[in-house]
Design a protein around this ligand. Structure first.
Ligand code: GLP
Length: 258
């Protein structure tokens, strides 16, 4: 695991955008795995700026998002379809049909999970997967559990996640209770993983992800087994890490135990 600790959210967003931009520059037809949430919006703003100012080109790339609520209409203001359109897709130059998000209105959600998984495989797999992390250690919508779910699957959202995500909805009751999410195997098959975290409220999950035991009770802990993970986290999110890892700087540090 490479760990890059930044001063703040802005610097985290800039560094993360640069990593994605270099991926796209070196491999213009990259398959990007994308995430939603407050953590990644700053990175998307930077990518939009790089597209407008430096010509960063998305036209040959493909994108697969981690998850979508169930049920939810794509045009619903709180859907992840709308989120991605607003924060990235409508402002850069992905080609038509090259961005993918699970269908939150699928009549047969099981079939939709199989279709989504197959379409990632057909695209050649994910080159770089962007992840945020839930306060409970979830990645995508892989909630704490007693087993790791493998492929794209239906999930019932954790009470904590409903409360955390209620800020995007009129009320907690309005947050859909279910979702479709890439599974742990889907995420672990990505060739590279870029995880972002910001704020003290993520510090416990970040600490347990890096230093705790690997357990489905903290789904992000599985990333200890991935060969190419870059964590870009701000100082607050790193607050519980051992001193040696905590000093901020532009050089990525290797977690000692991995
Ligand atoms: C949501 C998403 C996750 C995201 C997490 C953190 O539940 N499904 O992919 O990582 O929340 O969100 P935020 O960045 O808003 O803290």
């Amino acid at each position: 695991m490479k760990i890059l600790i930044t001063e703040d959210y802005e610097q985290m967003s800039r560094h993360a955008a640069r990593i994605l931009a270099s991926q796209l520059t070196l491999k213009p037809d990259s398959v990007l795995g994308l995430a939603t949430g407050g953590t990644v919006t700053g990175m998307y703003q930077r990518l939009i700026a790089l597209h407008r100012e430096d010509g960063l080109d998305f036209s040959q790339a493909q994108a697969f998002n981690l998850d979508e609520y169930l049920p939810i209409a794509p045009e619903d203001p709180q859907s992840y379809h709308t989120f991605m359109q607003t924060h990235l897709f409508s402002q850069v130059n992905f080609s038509a049909g090259s961005t993918h998000i699970p269908n939150g209105l699928a009549a047969d959600a099981e079939a939709e999970c199989r279709r989504y998984e197959a379409s990632i495989e057909a695209a050649g797999g994910i080159d770089i997967q962007v992840l945020g992390i839930g306060r409970n250690g979830h990645i995508g919508f892989n909630e704490p559990d007693i087993t790791f779910e493998a492929g794209t699957h239906q999930v019932t959202l954790d009470e904590q996640t409903l409360l955390d995500n209620a800020r995007f909805f009129p009320s907690v009751a309005a947050v859909p209770k279910r979702a479709i999410s890439m599974g742990i195997k889907t995420i672990m098959h990505a060739r590279r993983i870029l995880l972002l975290a910001s704020g003290l409220e993520k510090s416990d999950a970040v600490h347990r992800m890096i230093n705790g035991k690997i357990t489905p009770a903290l789904p992000a802990s599985i990333l200890q087994l991935h060969p190419d993970v870059i964590l870009v986290i701000d100082r607050d999110a790193a607050a519980l890490l051992p001193e040696g890892l905590r000093t901020s700087g532009s050089v990525a540090k290797e977690a000692q135990h991995v």
